[in-house]
Ligand binder design. Structure first.
Ligand code: ATP
Ligand code: MG
Length: 347
């Protein structure tokens, strides 16, 4: 599916604007704070149903407005598709209404039909440098985007975990505690089992596709299983901490570079090695969509060139030649290297 046009109304800093996109390469340029990243986010929103910054959803709506509309026109074969999201402010946050070709859809129906996108943004370096939570969020988000059961299991797991923790916080009597927990233990074990299995499958997929250029990566899944045996082993600890101490909410993932030795990149990687590791994850997202889902994703590149060395810049330019790409950049000359039809949006 190819992106043709985006219309935004009261979205972030845009009042009412329309933008057209090249089937090959569109370059968004403009001074700081003109809305380059916002425009990229609007594309992401029409395809993923949510923004890509870790902010509250009502921040997607322009300041002092109540409602925002984002419309994306996509093309596949001879047909055009109009994907639309209306976001309304409510007392507790926002209400989002999804539609395809003017017919209202539920969120999961909408997401099933939309184009796949792969986003590259500078903040993603936190997957390498940040705490385990950043890595869990990355994998949760990716797996949820193509596996609705994963998304459901994750939501169920998190909400049941909160209930189990409440019971541990309040308990007085040992006997009661054991009985009260047993229902939640069974329930959580089922949900956790699914999450652990799917995370493992994706980690196996990454390890089967370990190379990028001349470099070979590996990823180690440090799983924290939620099962009967571990529950029994940790029961005293849970009573002491009054909190669940095991389960996939404590998983971590460790990315290494294989050379003569295996080097953990979170601890020992140089900045450019860490960046390359992110590319490795991103290239595998592309591979996943192409190999498994037989669809070419649209690439969204937010300001990725500034910190890269020549070799890594070349890796990106090669990608740009193969997929529809929308890029925000200040280094326009660099993109001249990509020998494909291009248009420029100046903000
Ligand atoms: P840079 O070159 O620094 O990356 P940019 O062009 O990517 O800048 P954006 O991040 O897209 O800039 O932000 C553009 C402006 O939009 C910022 O000034 C930001 O404060 C503003 N903005 C963000 N959310 C809203 C909102 N809900 N309403 C109005 N303005 C907003
Ligand atoms: Mg920006």
């Amino acid at each position: 599916m190819l992106l043709k046009q985006i219309i935004v109304r009261n979205f972030r800093n845009f009042a009412d604007e329309s933008f057209s996109f090249n089937s090959f390469l569109t370059i968004i340029i403009g001074e700081n704070a003109r809305g380059k990243t916002n425009l990229l986010e609007s594309i992401y929103l029409t395809t993923q149903g949510e923004g890509f910054r870790e902010s509250r959803e009502d921040e997607l709506i322009k300041f002092e407005q109540d409602q925002s509309v984002i419309q994306g026109t996509f093309n596949s074969g001879d047909s055009n598709f109009l994907f639309q999201i209306n976001i309304k402010r409510t007392v507790i946050g926002v209400d989002k209404i999804f539609s395809i070709n003017k017919t209202r859809k539920r969120n999961f129906q909408y997401q099933r039909e939309t184009a796949k996108v792969v986003l590259f943004s500078p903040e993603q370096i936190e997957i390498m440098t940040g705490p385990p939570d950043k890595r869990r969020k990355y994998f949760n988000h990716l797996l949820s985007s193509f596996d609705m059961d994963y998304k459901k299991n994750l939501i169920n797991y998190e909400s049941a975990l909160r209930k189990r923790n409440k019971i541990l916080e309040r308990y007085k009597d040992n006997e009661d505690l054991f009985n009260e927990l047993s229902y939640w233990n069974d329930y959580l074990q089922k949900q956790a089992g699914y999450l652990t299995k799917k995370r493992q499958e994706y980690i196996d997929f990454l390890n089967q596709n370990a190379r990028i250029d001349s470099k070979e990566f590996s990823i180690n899944y440090l799983k924290n299983e939620f099962n009967q045996k571990r529950l029994e082993d940790n029961f005293d600890l849970e009573k002491r901490y009054r909190k669940t101490v095991i389960g996939p909410q404590k998983d971590d993932f460790e990315i290494s570079l294989k050379n003569k030795t295996v080097k953990n990149l979170h601890h020992f990687g140089s900045r450019s090695e860490q960046r390359l590791a992110i590319f490795w994850l991103k290239f595998n997202e592309i591979r996943l969509y192409e190999d498994i889902f037989k669809t070419k994703p649209i690439l969204l590149l937010d300001d990725v060139f500034s910190e890269l060395d020549i070799k890594n810049k070349k890796l990106i330019i090669d990608l740009v030649k193969k997929y529809q790409t929308v890029v925000t950049t200040t280094e326009v000359e660099l993109l001249e290297l990509a020998d494909v039809p291009k248009s420029v949006i100046t903000l």
